[in-house]
Design a protein around this ligand. Structure first.
Ligand code: XMP
Length: 532
């Protein structure tokens, strides 16, 4: 992706899932562009990417384990500054003839670190106190540093907590500067990037927008682009970016399946017809979806119907657009960097090409083909949100929580009917209103939004209640509110009783037909976040 190539790049060699992402994010937060590469790339392949610096991540393996990932020693001979963390330090030591030993005692959690003065003052620790706390997580440790290296810090348990060979600009730590539990971690990274490597803060929102706009213009030329706008964060940001780059060459197709949350279709239409100068097509497919979903109760069947109908609606618009003799050549998508990393894609040399497997999932009809443009394919989610804000998208779009493509259809257990949809939309709107306020208050107080995702679910049962003097026989609503960081695991949110009471009271009194509210107190696993 050309947007990235204008910037000096720090490559993070990933020795274990997650570590690489965290490091790349920290580097980017410091204003330097960073990408993750797999650890089995050869020195020649790494060199071809022309990195400004290399960081070796931690990893769960022991360097002496049978299939432990190893580092091509040539990577350390490229003349590029290298910084290794944890497993990265051990891999560096082994690659250069040092030794790593199993220690009797592991070291996990915070550890007091003392700087040594063996090699004079280390550039990595410049401006820091002689003693500080760092985060450790290891059993093995370097027992003999390679020739030419000096030990720059130690802990009670770990004799080589960091080492370096400043002449060759090779640095390493046994601890993890990338985690927040190492209070001076960011300073260490900054010392490496700016003092050791001489880099500058070029990865700024302005440069990101400028580079992305230029890249889109170059790729698209005078051609026409179509985008499936769902109202979610990613597709909205792609739309805003393409609007800036190519204006009316872009057509945003918003397929309204009637399964969005209350108020959302109106919000999307408002933003993309008033605020951005793009061609916006609102496809009112609510009736067609309602007919297709009638009588369907199986969750997978619902998903399938909704997904395949989306593409039918979408291609129908593309065909209609082409009737004026200007066919649509490009399809824009909101693929983001973690999608690429998780699909196991890898760089193939040069900064411009990335292979993705998930493209094949789009069921293009016979004879239809588009070139893809994916302007967010190098951005993390929080960067996508920042980009959206910088491009002028309102907070209610940029801060939107994850919402499944099949929408409310998979939050209505059993058959989806218009009447049930109306009940769920109203109840869900109350849940969102109350929890938005709760999250916002927490954000203002301590900078965190404690509840990650929250919504209402309508089960396929009814129960007896009493209102006034009347017996009722209505639906319950299930409140789902979870804490999570990546949706892979989640815990139910320990909401204050008063808030639960307020939500319950509001729903039962404001939504006619709902006479009971229950709270889902199951974590993931064993449950999932959604009910279907
Ligand atoms: P589960 O229910 O598997 O959900 O714990 C994990 C996260 O993914 C979202 N989700 C979906 N997102 N299409 C999507 O785009 C889907 O079909 C879908 N199903 C679940 C869910 O909201 C949660 O954040």
């Amino acid at each position: 992706m050309a947007a990235a190539s204008a910037n000096p790049t720090v490559l993070v060699v990933d020795f274990g899932a997650q570590y690489g992402q965290l490091i790349a994010r920290r580097v980017r937060d410091l204003g330097v562009y960073s990408e993750i590469i797999p650890c089995d790339m050869t020195a020649a392949e790494v060199g071809a990417l022309d990195p400004a610096a290399i960081i070796l991540s931690g990893g769960p393996a022991s360097v002496y384990a049978e299939d432990a990932p190893s580092l091509d020693p040539g990577v350390l001979e490229l003349g590029v500054p290298v910084l290794g963390f944890c497993y990265g330090q051990q891999a560096m030591a082994v690659a250069l003839g040092g030794e790593v030993a199993h220690t009797d005692k592991g070291e996990y959690g915070p550890a007091p670190l003392a700087l040594t003065s063996e090699g004079g003052a280390s550039a990595l620790f410049a401006g820091m106190p002689a003693e500080q706390t760092v985060w450790m997580s290891h059993r093995d440790a370097v027992s003999r540093v390679p020739e030419g290296f000096v030990v720059t810090s130690r802990t009670d348990v770990c004799p080589v907590a960091s080492m370096e060979c400043p002449e060759r600009r090779l640095y390493a730590t046994q601890f993890h500067p990338e985690v927040r539990h190492t209070p001076f971690g960011d300073e260490m990274l900054a010392n490496f990037l700016f003092d050791v490597c001489g880099l500058e803060r070029t990865w700024t929102m302005d440069s990101i927008i400028q580079d992305s706009v230029a890249a889109i213009r170059e790729q698209v030329g005078e051609s026409r682009v179509i985008l499936g706008l769902s109202g979610g964060v990613d597709s909205s940001v792609v739309a805003a970016l393409c609007a800036r780059a190519i204006g009316r060459q872009l057509t945003c197709v918003f397929v309204n399946h009637g399964l969005l949350r209350k108020g959302e279709p109106e919000e999307v239409e408002e933003v993309f017809t008033r605020q951005f100068d793009v061609d916006f097509v609102h496809v009112h497919a609510e009736d067609r979806y309602a007919a297709l979903l009638a009588g369907v109760t199986d969750p997978e069947e619902k998903r399938h119907i909704i997904g395949s109908q989306f593409w039918k609606e979408f291609f129908a618009v593309a065909e209609e657009l082409a009737e004026d003799g200007r066919p649509v050549q490009f399809l824009a998508q909101g693929t983001i960097y973690p999608d690429i990393i998780e699909s196991g894609a890898r760089k193939t040399g040069g900064k411009a090409s990335t292979i993705k497997s998930h493209h094949n999932l789009i069921p293009f009809p016979e004879g239809v083909s588009f070139e893809l443009i994916e302007p967010l394919d190098h951005f993390f989610k929080d960067e996508v949100r920042a980009l959206g804000t910088a491009l002028g998208l309102p907070d209610y779009i940029v801060q939107r929580q994850p919402f499944p493509g099949p929408g409310l259809a998979i939050r209505i257990i059993g058959e989806v009917t218009l009447a049930k949809l109306a009940l769920l939309k109203d109840a869900d709107a109350i849940v969102r209103e109350e929890l938005d306020a709760y999250n916002q208050a927490a954000w203002e107080e301590d900078g965190e939004r404690p509840v990650w995702q929250y919504f209402a679910v309508l089960p396929d049962v009814r129960s007896v209640g009493v209102m006034g003097d009347e017996r009722t026989y209505g639906y319950p609503v299930i409140l789902r509110a979870v804490e999570s960081s990546d949706a892979m695991t989640a815990d139910w949110a320990k909401l204050p009783y008063e808030l639960l009471t307020k939500i319950s009271t509001r729903i039962t009194s404001e939504v006619e037909g709902i006479n009971r509210v229950v709270y889902d107190i199951t974590s993931k696993p064993p449950a999932t976040i959604e009910w279907e």
